[in-house]
Design a protein around this ligand. Structure first.
Ligand code: AMP
Length: 399
């Protein structure tokens, strides 16, 4: 495996798997270009070495082959804007075959070619080796910079690597940063290591909690999932979110944590509401005694202070999932307070990683994205990494 930064791409054609799966509006304009921006350092390093860049990505979930709605041609002009006037950006309306091959062959140093949506071929998601080999013919070097799809064994994210020698495949800068941050937290964490897990359901986060029980010193549980843990201890949670079929599992997790000496912190109080709505009536009460007809939609005032105390003493912090229904203003305070505490701990020297869709959305929305150590671009991939699974996109390069 080569290191991207040390590699000289002069005269080479780099085939980069990027994650340009960006949202488009009805006029096919890019409405959030974070994923495109995240790949720019990798592209720019190759161009400035005197190499050329061939970009491949998926966009959306096309079901029946080529569909205009999912064409990557829509993002070409935005890519031109991001790369600046002096970089020529071409588009090939196929990702394999003569069209793609000719366009790749004609590409000159300093130029960029964007291929059409990989998922126009069902072979992509099937991880078809014949399709992967066709893609591999387009470039001299394979660079994987798509952390968001690293948990998939697709043709362009994993299988393609088999067709490149060890010194001709590598992570791009984004992927390198993601992997280094995730490993720093999961494998090389400085203690105390606090994991903050929130969101709606226990069932989505079981594997991650179980894996963290082996590694963290403290696990903070907030969001809707906290109520299943209270109920598992026989407490009244009103009509808060509860997964009845996970009560036993929640008890087991609490017992396992005790055996392993991991402190589990549940929100002692909650902001409760009389309905799941932005205009609900609200008040603060103990999470273990919520009156019937009321539901906990955010961690309470005391819980915020308790959690902060744990967070600011930490040296390593992982945060996945919001503390409440942060989409509604009345239930944002808990998530905001945690973002602030994580930022404060980071300033005190902790390494903090925020990963997973909604917590990333929350830190961005509240303006804390540059006050934490790392914000991951990969939701599902980050979750699976923290569940302890081997990610095919990583293994394809490192093994
Ligand atoms: P997840 O995708 O599992 O991380 O869950 C994120 C969702 O959980 C967000 O849409 C939140 O609104 C929701 N959520 C957080 N806290 C609660 C709660 N106490 N009750 C219901 N939903 C919640």
């Amino acid at each position: 495996m080569s290191t991207f930064s040390q590699f000289n791409f002069g005269g080479k054609k780099a085939l980069i798997r990027v994650d340009f799966n960006v949202p488009l509006n009805e006029a096919f304009e890019v409405t959030d270009d974070n994923r495109m921006r995240a790949a720019l350092p990798t592209i720019q390093k190759i161009l400035s070495d005197g190499g050329s860049v061939i970009l491949m990505s998926h966009l959306g979930r096309p079901k029946d082959g080529p569909t205009n709605k999912y064409s990557l041609s829509h993002i070409t002009s935005h890519l031109r804007t991001l790369l600046g006037n002096n970089v020529a950006v071409f588009f090939a309306n196929d990702c394999i075959g003569e069209t793609a091959k000719t366009a790749a062959d004609e590409l000159q140093p300093g130029q960029v070619l964007l291929l059409e949506n990989l998922r126009f071929y069902k072979e992509e998601e099937k991880g078809d080796p014949v399709f992967a080999e066709k893609l591999s013919r387009l470039g001299d070097i394979y660079v994987n910079d798509a952390f968001g799809t690293a948990h998939r064994a697709h043709a362009s994210t994993a299988i393609i690597a088999d067709f490149f020698d060890a010194d001709k495949k590598m992570f791009g800068l984004l992927m390198e940063g993601e992997v280094a941050s995730a490993e720093k937290v999961l494998l090389k964490s400085e203690k105390p290591f606090t994991a903050i897990i929130g969101g709606a359901k226990v069932s989505d986060k079981i594997l991650i909690i179980e894996n963290l029980l082996e590694r963290a010193t403290d696990i903070i549980i907030g969001g809707g999932m906290a109520y299943t843990f209270w109920k598992a201890q026989g407490k009244q949670i009103g009509s808060s979110l509860c997964e009845e079929d996970r009560l036993e599992l929640a008890s087991e997790i609490l017992n396992k944590a005790k055996d392993k000496g991991v402190s589990i912190h549940l929100p002692i109080d909650s902001t409760i509401a009389d309905k799941f709505a932005a205009d609900a009536q609200t008040t603060n009460c103990e999470s273990y005694g919520i009156p019937s007809g009321w539901m906990g939609l955010d961690i309470g005032v005391k819980a915020r202070a308790d959690f902060k105390e744990v967070i600011i003493k930490s040296k390593t912090i992982l945060w996945n999932g919001p503390m409440g229904v942060f989409e509604m203003e009345k239930f944002q305070q808990g998530t905001k307070a945690i973002a602030e505490a994580v930022a404060e701990a980071t300033q005190l020297g902790a390494f903090s990683l925020v990963g997973g869709g909604d917590s990333v959305a929350a830190v961005n929305q509240f303006g804390y994205n540059d006050k934490v150590s790392y914000v991951s671009t990969g939701g599902g991939a980050m979750l699976e990494f923290f569940e302890g699974k081997e990610l095919p996109g990583i293994a394809a390069i490192t093994k």
